[in-house]
Design a protein around this ligand. Structure first.
Ligand code: DMJ
Length: 578
């Protein structure tokens, strides 16, 4: 209904590669030998110049262009082989010049032109990701794009007729007007998505991906099947709240209704980012089902939290559902904490700004985060550190990068004239996260980066160097673009598109990489479902007009599934939510 006809797909031009040019031995052998030495010197320069000078001089682009232009077919190869060295050099010079002009054009393109490119290009990222999943992994949770097969992690239910990618991608397909694929996915949901199974699932993951995905699909398409399935699944999750405090278990067996917590979580605790990331979906479930139980469960979580003392106003990541006491005092705006803060703000926005308590809790928490966790490096980069028992760990996760977008989204409602300050903070966080990408070889961000031991925005531990197609940095660019229209956010998004295409795209889809500092990608062979749900959707929205899913009407859940604002005056008419 609200979709515009004119849509823009993210694309990339692939430069073809072929076998290296070969030279035949002729009587001009010596001349060719000299020429080979010249070529070797050129390549030497390409590899040994620092990246910055390659970029400035255009050499960086030359190198791939030379490959392209000298490797595109046997015809040109044989022409080269029989030509004189002068002809060869002239050809290479010409190719270089052409490539340089092309490269400069790309660099100098303004966002509007880039948008035009995106519109024109046939090779679409979402289409490729989706088609690959369809082809090799249909019905599995996720695609293994290198080995070209499916895999089903039990996080979202190994036996839950998995299909996590299908449900997670539904709204992206709809938003991008890929309606045939949307219909195919709908049919799969109708026929296969079954919750009456003996399976243990993560309550959080099932909620953000499955409940969130189904709700968005319902609101976008109006198809009843999604409403029904979302409510059915929501009801299956309710036994998770049967704890002495009502703080839900992390894991739940859908058949027996028996819950438990992650064995690694401090003293049997539930996790802040998990029990704190149910609010948006559960409020909508009550709205759509007429059953107040969903809303009651999440409002009770607030009550429990309100009763507790917060160290320096901060929320520790661990809370014991039996005793109602904090576990380890570890605070993070990244993993284990992140979307709890996001949902406080969004609860207020989604309630048409009537949920005053959500608003108050959000701005208070943000103030505490600013006081205790936000720091500036000596090089001038703002980052959000982690807090362990009062000590700061100067590390920021890729996950934490969503906070730039969150702070920008909340800036408008900030108390005490802090709007400008919060926008500034949001833009600084966006810049830091962009730096974390820019300072790698592959131009993709590491899982976590540090500001200690003489480094800034760089991962120092091997197990923090991977990139798994996460969306948070692009999510922040999207919000920053919407609020500032500063072209740099589209430029940064475009850089990410290029890096994804160059290093993550493989024959059978998109894959994460194990080390963003390596000279070439080592693929992890997983196309995460959130890549289709979030990364590609936020990229698409970054290059769309602002009235495409306007932020005054839609609130994105933490998996980027848009949920409509529940208007005060329409609270009794579910069908008129949007
Ligand atoms: C997604 O499942 C959600 O964004 C979640 O809140 C955090 N992690 C992933 C993406 O990185």
């Amino acid at each position: 209904r609200m979709m515009r006809k004119n849509i823009y797909f993210i694309h990339f031009r692939i430069r073809k590669s072929a076998s290296p040019t070969s030279f035949r031995l002729t009587e001009k052998f010596i001349l060719l030998l000299v020429f080979s030495a010249f070529i070797t010197l050129c390549f030497g320069a390409i590899f040994f110049l620092p990246d910055s000078s390659k970029l400035l001089s255009g050499v960086f682009f030359h190198s791939s262009a030379v490959e392209t232009n000298t490797r595109t077919g046997t015809d040109s190869d044989s022409n080269v082989a029989v030509g004189t060295e002068e002809k060869i050099l002239t050809k290479i010079r010409k190719d270089h010049e052409k490539a340089l002009v092309e490269a400069k054009d790309t660099l100098q393109k303004r966002p509007d032109e880039i948008k035009q490119d995106i519109q024109d290009e046939k090779d679409k990222m979402m289409t490729f990701a989706w088609d690959s999943y369809k082809r090799y992994a249909w019905g599995s949770n996720e695609l293994r794009p290198v080995s070209k097969q499916g895999h089903s992690s039990n996080l979202f239910g190994e036996y839950l007729s998995p299909g996590a990618t299908i449900v997670d991608a539904l709204d992206t397909l709809y938003i991008m007007e890929m309606f045939e694929d949307f219909d195919m996915a709908t049919e799969w949901v109708e026929k296969n998505l079954d919750f009456n199974v003996n399976a243990e699932v993560s309550v959080f993951e099932v909620n953000i991906r499955f409940v969130g995905g189904l709700l968005s699909a319902y609101y976008l398409s109006g198809k009843e099947v999604f409403r029904r399935k979302a409510i059915e699944l929501g009801e299956k999750l309710l036994p998770a709240f049967k704890t002495p405090t009502g703080i839900p278990w992390a894991l739940l067996n859908l058949k027996s209704g028996i819950g438990r917590n992650w064995p690694w979580a401090s003293g049997g605790s539930s996790i802040l980012a998990e029990y704190g990331t149910l609010h948006l979906e559960f409020m909508h479930l009550s709205k759509l089902s007429g059953n107040p139980a969903f809303a009651e469960k999440v409002m009770n979580i607030r009550k429990v939290l309100n009763r507790l003392d917060k160290p320096q106003g901060l929320y520790p990541n661990y809370l014991n559902p039996n005793s109602g006491q904090w576990g380890q005092h570890h605070v993070s705006v990244g993993g284990l904490g992140d979307s709890f803060y996001e949902y406080l703000l969004k609860a207020w926005l989604m309630s048409d700004k009537t949920d005053e308590e959500g608003k108050k809790l959000y701005y208070e928490a943000l103030q505490a985060i600013e006081t205790s966790l936000i720091r500036k490096s000596s090089g001038g980069l703002t980052y959000i550190a982690e807090w362990k028992g009062g000590l700061l760990e100067h590390k920021m996760g890729h996950l934490t990068c969503f906070a730039g977008g969150m702070i920008a989204l909340g800036a408008d409602g900030a108390p005490e004239d802090k709007t400008g300050h919060q926008m500034e903070q949001a833009s600084e966080i966006a810049r830091t996260c962009h730096e974390s990408y820019a300072r790698t070889t592959l131009k993709l961000g590491p899982e976590a980066f540090r500001f200690d031991g003489g480094v800034e925005a760089i991962a120092t531990r091997q197990n923090e160097k991977y990139f798994i197609l996460r969306p948070e940095v692009i999510e922040t660019y999207m919000y920053m673009w919407r609020f500032t229209h500063d072209p740099k956010y589209r430029e940064w998004g475009w850089e990410a598109v290029q890096a994804l295409e160059k290093h993550c795209r493989v024959e059978g889809g998109y894959s994460g990489v194990r080390d963003v500092y390596a000279s070439s990608p080592n693929h992890d062979d997983v196309q995460q479902s959130f890549y289709l749900a979030e990364t590609l959707k936020y990229l698409y929205l970054l290059f769309s007009d602002d009235d495409h899913l306007p932020l005054e009407h839609w609130v994105f859940n933490t998996e980027a599934h848009p949920l409509p604002v529940i208007r005060k005056e329409m609270t009794d008419k579910p069908s008129q939510l949007e």
